[in-house]
Design a protein around this ligand. Structure first.
Ligand SMILES: [Zn+2]
Length: 476
């Protein structure tokens, strides 16, 4: 019998299921929240979701499948912005705000990956942290060094995690950044060869691949108009293959010498975004192809003008919102109401290592706090469904992969995490003893809020991608 079962395949996961169903947006997240207190998620042998509903209504054809219990089931978390070569640079002291932190803490740390042994150790640790945090899909800022990117992609292929990444391109920089800088021709050659080597390396099809590549200039200050023109040409030639574009935008607006001011001075553009939009010549004149589009994700966007927000929306580009990082570097707060009102998909990024939390719900915790603290009418108390949406389905939408994962709709890949609050006693005790209203909907929202706000890695029991448990290799 058991042999027959394993031949038939499939498995039932039983627990309290939360997800934001369908093709929800931020505006419809609350009404799209599904909560099934004694739920069953049926995973088909091909790793897709065959059925979801109340356990007592489990269809007869699934009744013989093995059942694994967990306290809670959530969709896998999507981290839309974090830096692999900064894995060991989390909580680095001695920087201050963005440009000084890059100079004093980050460029030296990233340069260490020039040693293959350091790169291998960093890639292994990066995968371990992702598995521990239940981050099933991620858009990852890469290393400058091709051998380090090979180590990253290999480690993800071995683990079975979803990865979009590209080497960090720098063609200008200070002496501290020198180990990360290449000439323009070499930069182009390295980006092209990474695309050929790793884009869709597992299945060859952007609709099914777990491994995909992005074109990733660190930010406008690390490249030149000529580099942006060349990258624009390259990107135009690979767009149809599903290659991504990823960079930073308007993170630090310190008057005079902050990032935004420096970009305007270096390029003579009106808006920072113009540099990624082909308009990188003085006066924001057109100098090449735009890098914006459906698979373009810009991290931060804290200080955007109305014109920039409108252009991001018009091009279907997305924002990776990183409030934990923004607090660490004193970058300010992305105005939630104004940015979301522009109609842009806002995904969540841990921004490791300026962010110092690997767990997406820890960043959702900061998201809730910083936006409630916005001044006056800008203040917003986000609903737990909006938080869950931002950490899961919005990330899948930003990555243009929401038909494959991001929630627990039947037919999607079974990407989910099992949560056992007993792994983190304060959370477990809170969930057991908290006061809840008699209104069932409000009580379930209260439970989800407590779960997301109080979650720690210790309570992530298991993570699944396409129905298969993902395990990190033991430390070597
Ligand atoms: Zn970043």
């Amino acid at each position: 019998m058991s042999q027959q079962r394993s031949l038939v395949g499939g498995q039932v996961f039983r627990g309290h299921v939360f997800h934001v169903a369908g093709a929800a947006t931020l505006a419809t997240a609350v009404e799209s929240l599904v909560s099934v207190p004694d739920g069953a998620l049926v995973v088909a042998p091909d790793g897709t979701i065959a059925w979801l509903g109340e356990y007592r209504r489990l269809p007869r054809e699934h009744a013989e499948l093995p059942v694994q219990k967990a306290a809670y089931l959530l969709p896998g978390f999507v981290d839309a912005h974090l830096h692999y070569p900064q894995t060991f640079a989390v909580d680095s002291y001695g920087g201050g705000q963005l440009l000084e932190w890059l100079q004093h803490c980050i460029f030296p740390a990233e340069a260490r990956l020039s040693e293959p042994e350091v790169a291998a150790r960093t890639a292994q640790e990066f995968v371990r942290r992702r598995v521990a945090a239940g981050t099933t899909a991620a858009l990852v800022f890469g290393s400058a060094f091709p051998h380090a990117q090979d180590a990253l992609f290999e480690a993800h292929r071995t683990a079975g995690l979803r990865l979009v990444s590209g080497r960090g391109v720098q063609t200008v920089g200070s002496p501290a950044a020198a180990p990360l800088v290449t000439g323009e021709a070499e930069a182009l050659e390295l980006v092209s060869s990474e695309i050929e080597r790793w884009h869709l390396a597992d299945t060859g099809d952007p609709r099914t691949a777990r491994l995909q590549v992005a074109v990733v200039p660190r930010f406008s200050l690390s490249v030149t108009p000529r580099t942006l023109a060349a990258l624009g040409e390259l990107y135009a030639s690979v767009r149809s293959r599903g290659v991504y574009f990823h960079s930073h935008l308007s993170e630090n607006d310190r008057p005079g010498d902050g990032e935004v001011a420096a970009v305007q001075q270096a390029y003579g553009v009106t808006d920072y975004l113009d540099t990624y939009d082909g308009r990188f010549l003085p006066g924001s004149a057109v100098g090449g192809e735009s890098l914006l589009g459906r698979r373009s994700i810009l991290a931060h966007a804290v200080h955007c003008t109305d014109a920039e927000l409108a252009r991001l929306a018009e091009t279907s580009s997305s924002i990776a919102h990183c409030p934990t990082s923004q607090q660490f570097l004193g970058s300010g707060t992305m105005p939630w109401r104004r940015t979301t009102a522009a109609g842009i998909t806002i995904a969540l990024g841990t921004d490791i290592g300026a962010g110092d939390e690997w767990l997406v719900p820890r960043v959702l915790n900061d998201t809730y706090k910083v936006h409630l603290s916005e001044p006056g009418a800008a203040s917003v108390a986000l609903h737990p469904a909006e938080l869950l949406f931002t950490g899961t389905l919005a990330g899948a939408q930003a990555l243009d992969m929401d038909t494959r994962f991001g929630n627990l709709d039947v037919g999607k890949d079974a990407d989910f995490v099992l949560v056992e609050p007993s792994g983190w006693e304060p959370l477990a005790r809170n969930l057991e003893n908290a006061h809840r209203t008699d209104d069932e909907t409000a009580a379930e929202a209260g439970t989800l809020f407590t779960l997301l706000m109080g979650l720690h890695e210790n309570a992530i029991a298991d993570i699944y991608i396409q129905g298969r448990a993902i395990r990190a290799e033991p430390l070597g």
